[in-house]
Every structure is written in C-alpha cells, then in structure tokens.
Design a protein around this ligand. Structure first.
Ligand SMILES: *Cc1c(COP(=O)(O)O)cnc(C)c1O
Length: 352
C-alpha cells in the first residue's frame, strides 16, 4: 500500500478472481465459463464494430436493450446493461443500500457481495445457510434490509423456489430485493416474470455463463422502470459508456442466435447429470446443482488436497478456504470429454 492510499479503503479486501493461468494448458473447470465458443454472428458483429472504434458507443445501448426487452418480455425502459453483471450489482448496491437500508445476504454466496458492500461503506449482515446449505426464506421475512440472493446460489448451485422469492418480496415492500440469476439458464426458474408485480424486485443476469461471453463483459438488470432510472443515475455518474460498441453488438448477435445457447445449456445440464452420477459412484457428496458447476466433497480426500492433486494433473477446479465449505471443491461443467478427464484423474488420485 502506498502512503497515498486513502484511509477509507485501507481495510478493503478485494475480490479474488479464479485463476486464469498462462503457464500451461489446463482442463479449465474453475471459473464457470462456457466450454463452447460464442455463436458465429458474434464474431461478425464484433469485426463490424471494430471499424467504428473512433466513435463512442451508444450510451443508451438502444439496440441491445430493445432486443433484451423482446426476449425477456419487458419494456426497454425496464432494462439496464452493464460491464459484466458485477457492475450492475455494484450500481444496485450504491443505489439502494445504505446505513438505513443495509444489505443482507447468505454467509455462503458470491464473494463479490461483501466486497461491493465494503467498497461502498454499506453495512451488511451475512445470514448462515441451513445445515444442508439451503437458504431459509424465513430468515429474510420482514428483515427491513436490502436483500441479495443468488438464485441458483454460488458456490452451492442450489435453488430457492420462486414462491420463496415472492414471499421475501412481499414481506419487504420497503426494500429492494436483488436476485442474481447468473446461473438461471441451467435449470433454474427466473424471477423476471415477477417484475411486473413487485416494484422492489431487481433481477440481474449475465452473458458470461450460458451465453459464452465472459471475456466480453456484459450483464443486465431487469426491474421496475423507476429502479432502472435510479441505476442509470449511478451509471451516468460513473461511466455512461460502460458497454463498449463491440460488446453491445456481440450481445445483440448472441440474442439473435438464442437457440444455440439454449442447446448448449441443455448439453451442460446433461454433462452435469453424468458428472454427478460418476462422482457419486466414487463416494462423493454432491449438492443438488441447477448451475453450470457442481459442489462436491469426498470423505477420502479434503478439498484443498483434491484441488492441488487435480492441478498437478492438469485439471483446474476451485477451492474455497472458508471453514464450512473447505471440504468441497467447485467443479465447472465443461464438455463431456473434459468431464471424463476429470473423473479419470480423480480415480487416479483416489487410487480407485
Ligand atoms: C459469474 C457471476 C456473476 C457475474 O459475472 P459477470 O462476468 O460480471 O457478469 C454474478 N453473480 C454470480 C453469482 C456469478 O457467479
């Protein structure tokens, strides 16, 4: 830390992204990226926009918001686009949470929530998941806080039924409930259809997972027009050109080819089922995942050791040191061939 770094950030613990190693070619199952490339139209759209880079991007991302509105059955004024959904989450925390409306989210969830809370000096409460790693909706009833729920949750992959989300919305009419649906396309049920009934609902999604565009940085939020207007106040006070022109039109192209991504999500779900059953045959406990990853532990090997042994064999998974989840590893679901390699290496490690 330099002597110039302000005191207000001295205690900030930044987010640790998953490894993006350059030392060798790994079977990369550690950051929940898609194993499939973007659809053909995406590369074409990017090339076309590249030749116009002397011009600023459209600060309203009109074309992309229009297309998203059509796909999700809302009005363009109910859609905000962002530089990754992380940015939409940060904007939402800035816009809707403070000392009077502090944050509440599970103790085990996406690691960026506490970071954004600290960055913006917003107090937060981490509510323990139940013993089985599920969220107890009762913990969030009439809580008078800004609620953030990843659904499916990370890194468990487990879902909260939409009815529970609805009950949380109803019991907290004075606060925004942010539902982070980064993984919803892999078998979850989206809360977007509740947006017309609840003015306090903000749904956040991303192109990083099911739409194979993690490197493009594109996310979006859907909610009541007024919530979106508030987010735009923050956005225009931060970076009106938050989505660059290549990314905007990559997004438009991806939505034109939505079927390709739906098919890929189906393939991932099938590969997930295969992986779960193979892991179970090897004695693993695997949480019920509706995401493009599984969270698994074995009595025969601890999480950190398994992570290291797999890495030594060219397979990267993610391990978290946090006490309750340190026995587990989080394994991204890739192609069937990648998952076969994973299982083969685990068998080798366990000496089975
Ligand atoms: C991956 C992820 C995101 C956001 O990723 P972006 O690449 O910034 O869109 C948000 N929430 C959760 C729970 C995630 O796992």
């Amino acid at each position: 830390m330099s002597k110039f770094f302000t005191e207000k950030f001295a205690a900030l613990e930044p987010y640790t992204p998953g490894e993006q190693p350059r030392d060798m070619q790994y079977v990369k199952l550690n950051t929940n990226e898609s194993p499939f490339p973007p659809s053909a139209g995406v590369a074409e759209a990017v090339a076309k926009e590249c030749s116009k880079l002397q011009l600023y991007s459209d600060p309203e991302s009109t074309a992309l918001r229009k297309r998203l509105a059509e796909v999700y059955g809302v009005k363009p004024s109910q859609v905000l686009v962002s530089n990754g959904s992380d940015e939409a989450l940060n904007f939402a925390f800035m816009a809707f949470a403070d000392e009077k409306s502090p944050l509440a989210f599970p103790d085990i969830t996406y690691g960026f929530y506490p970071v954004f809370a600290q960055l913006n000096h917003i107090p937060y409460t981490q509510i323990p998941l139940k013993e089985d790693f599920s969220i107890d909706p009762a913990d969030y009833m009439a809580i008078h806080k800004t609620v953030v729920i990843a659904n499916p949750n990370a890194p468990t992959g487990m879902c909260l039924p939409l009815q529970d989300i609805e009950d949380i919305l109803k019991s907290n009419p004075g606060n925004v409930v942010i539902v982070d649906e980064a993984y919803v396309d892999f078998g979850g049920e989206s809360a977007v259809k509740l947006v017309e009934h609840y003015e306090n609902l903000l749904v956040v999604q991303t192109f990083s997972k099911s739409r194979s565009m993690a490197g493009a940085r594109l996310g979006f939020a859907i909610g009541n027009e007024k919530l979106i207007a508030d987010l735009n106040t923050i956005r225009y006070s931060t970076n009106p050109y938050n989505v660059n022109r290549m990314t905007e039109f990559a997004g438009v192209a991806a939505l034109e080819e939505n079927d390709y991504y739906l098919q890929n999500a189906k393939t991932i779900m099938a590969n997930r089922a295969w992986t779960v059953s193979e892991l179970q045959k090897l004695g693993f406990t695997v949480l019920d995942s509706k995401a493009n990853f599984v969270f698994a532990k074995s009595d025969k090997i601890d999480g950190e050791k398994l992570y290291k042994e797999l890495k030594a064999r060219g397979v990267l998974v993610r391990h978290f040191t946090k006490a309750r989840i340190s026995p587990y590893v989080r394994i991204t679901i890739g192609t069937l061939q990648q998952m076969e390699t994973l299982i083969e290496k685990i068998k080798e490690i366990l000496g089975a």
